[in-house]
Ligand binder design. Structure first.
Ligand code: NAD
Ligand code: UDP
Ligand code: UDP
Length: 335
């Protein structure tokens, strides 16, 4: 099966990554159905495609079954930032696990190829560096991040079992930290926090001593990787593939980079490190390079520049936060 002009379902298509994927699929000539419950996603992420003849959007929660006739599926539904996934941890696990089950049941019924957006968090706080796909991870099963990590690990197990038991044609991407235009301002992630803080003239909040590292991939590069993985039909196509940018930066370095690009000399404000915060993270992408011929191209400075420009426009337009954040603020302010 080639990945050419199909009816493609994107679950979680109104989110940050989902909306960029929908853009790409529409550009490539596919018919796209997007389903989303708008928990962390937003209609405005797809508003530029309003009334597009090849896009249909459906408000639906993937923890409930759904009947559709499609050729392939991308499953991206899941709140992805700690603030969002810890807001209702039980719902987060349900979305990962029951959501994956429904997506797989659907894929099995209509014989669709199905892609799972997994995460580098399946490696936990790794004692192997950089992490390749053969590493089984070091995850705390009972910590405050486990609703996300363990939910995603269980989803991977379900994908593998539907493949082994029912021959479902699966793809699994283990996504490392990704950034770009349309990230939610209020998602608490380091890139969105630093950029929004710098543009608002607030100090940049650095957690811990700032020596912890992450590797940041620009969203367009990542979406190229999704498409390559979905199209790949080689021997290892059902195995997980790391997708990310191996360029590793400490949070201190990232703060400096954002300050340089926004042209501010705002102070950095130290905050305690969050519990279970991994000290190092860097993808080993040899598998994706070898099998998909894929590697990221966008330099951090270039990607940050485009993200800053997008944030500037949205702040100017008075954009407010996501539904998830608005709800959590309401709850926090209750007496
Ligand atoms: P996001 O929060 O912007 O997107 C998730 C989308 O799923 C949102 O539109 C949300 O409303 C929707 N959703 C959540 N629960 C749902 C449910 N029960 N039913 C239907 N829709 C639901 O996050 P993102 O950054 O775009 O991440 C997309 C996927 O990629 C997630 O599965 C995430 O775990 C994975 N991922 C992202 C990153 C990253 O750096 N952005 C890294 C690793 C993995
Ligand atoms: N499912 C779905 N759409 C479909 C087919 C199945 O949402 O087109 C759901 C189904 O309701 C079930 C899950 O997917 O909750 C797993 O389906 P499967 O057929 O694998 O298992 P079973 O229904 O036998 O539990
Ligand atoms: N971080 C930070 N300041 C912030 C937000 C995050 O220093 O305002 C740190 C955080 O402690 C972590 C790193 O930046 O070490 C990346 O955090 P993020 O939530 O973006 O990604 P994740 O921890 O899920 O990889």
């Amino acid at each position: 099966m080639s990945f050419d002009r199909q009816r493609v379902l994107v679950v979680g298509g109104a989110g940050f990554l989902g909306s960029h994927l929908v853009d790409r699929l529409i550009r490539d000539g596919h018919w796209v159905i997007c389903i989303d419950n708008y928990f962390t996603g937003h209609k405005r992420n797809l508003s530029h495609l309003h009334n597009h003849p090849r896009l249909e959007t459906i408000r639906h929660d993937i923890t409930e079954p759904i009947l559709l006739e499609i050729d392939s599926i991308f499953n991206l539904a899941c709140p992805a930032s700690p603030i969002h996934y810890q807001y209702n941890p039980i719902k987060t696990i349900k979305t990962s696990v029951v959501g994956a089950l429904n997506v797989l049941g659907l894929a099995k019924r209509v014989h669709a190829r199905v892609f799972q957006a997994s995460t580098s968090e399946v490696y936990g706080d790794p004692d192997v560096h950089p992490q390749d796909e053969s590493y089984w991870g070091r995850v705390n099963p009972i910590g405050i991040r486990s609703c996300y990590d363990e939910g995603k690990r269980c989803a991977e197990a379900l994908f593998m079992d539907y493949h082994r038991a029912h021959d479902v044609d699966i793809r699994i991407a283990r996504i490392f930290n990704t950034y770009g235009p349309r990230m939610a301002f209020d998602d608490g992630r380091v890139v969105s926090n630093f950029i929004a803080q710098a543009l608002r003239g607030e100090p940049l909040t650095l957690y811990g001593d700032g020596s912890q590292t992450r590797s940041f991939c620009y969203v367009d590069d990542l979406v190229d990787g999704f498409i390559e993985l979905m199209a790949y039909e080689g021997r290892a196509c059902h195995e997980p593939h790391n997708l990310g940018n191996p360029g590793e930066y400490s949070m201190k370095e990232l703060a400096l980079e954002v300050q340089k690009l926004v042209c501010t000399d705002l102070p950095v404000e130290r905050r305690p490190a969050p519990p279970d915060d991994p000290m190092q993270r860097q993808p080993d992408i040899s598998c994706a390079k070898r099998n998909l011929g894929w590697e990221p191209r966008t330099r951090l400075q270039e990607g940050l520049g485009r993200t800053i420009e997008d944030f500037r426009q949205r702040l100017k337009a008075g954009e407010t936060g996501t539904y998830a954040r608005r709800r959590s603020l309401r709850t926090e302010s209750k007496p």
